[in-house]
Design a protein around this ligand. Sequence first.
Ligand code: GLU
Length: 349
Amino acid sequence: MTSQDVYPTDMQSSQPDSAPAAEAAASAFVAYLRHLHQTYLPLREGRVANYIPELAKMNSDWFSICVATVDGQVYEVGDSSQTFTLQSISKVFVHGLALEDHGRDYLLTRVGVEPTGEAFNAIILDERSKRPYNPMVNAGAIATTSLIKGSGPTERLNRMLSMFRRYIGHDIFVDMPTFLSERVTGHRNRGMAHLMLNFGMIDPPLDEALDLYFQQCSVLVNCRDLAIMAATLANHGINPLTGEQAVNPCYIRDMLSVMYTCGMYNFAGEWAYTVGIPAKSGVCGGIIAVVPHQFAIAVFSPPLDERGNSVRGVKVCEEISQHYDLHLFDSSMGCQTFLQRLTQPGERF
Ligand code: GLU
């Protein structure tokens, strides 16, 4: 075990007689994660995003993997306390807030749920409806963000930060240098906002919507935070550590469906086919993947492939999905869930 490996915090509270078996299973699982970390750390493919100058400062060697279960166990290897900004991963959670603010039917009049097959920053709208295609591409995310309720920019920002706080379980902050860097270079996003204004898909003032979008992308988290946020989605919207309801559970289905079909940029179809679990990535190099009712995986490693997904992150998720037969349409695991396997004393990883 390295100094950076962390065993689940709730192991200390296990019953005395079951503690050794649970500890052995936990330690085997951490060893498995450490093996993945060691396997992919030397991988030198991909490039750190540099189109937002602040992002270019990230180190290509940063790499962490965290798994959080719906019953509150958290397993971490690597630099899991290294902070970075949420970027596109924020879109999942803001989608949830917009659903709560307006309901499914209204939201569908403003943003579709169709994958684009195009890059995340493509300047395109659905030709027929004039809606942006989905809330996971930039145009759709800007439209979604523009719908967040509040009496002014401060209240809207505070509502959004409170929403993120419920998922993460502690106070969070916007990284000011990243926000300013996004704002100074965000001409493409500004172009999309104007196009949507033209078709009545978003309302003025545009600068407020864009600032809020740049702020959500600039929320600072670490890999452990990401895992808890994603595990909250796996757990009917209830944060598994704090017990707080982060989002109305009736919208989890909407959020995960859109993640499943549109969450991995223009790799989403291949991801759904091979990995088979709802996921979202961001240009910071983070990926969250959610196994409903069981657990969530978060990986952080900044070098990206040509579609914008973390190279190491994709590899790790592919391996874990294959190892545990996590594909949603794979029945080979039968009735045995990941959580059952995780607590089996004889389990080998
Ligand atoms: N702030 C980034 C942008 O709008 C987010 C992109 C991403 O993570 O996909 O360009």
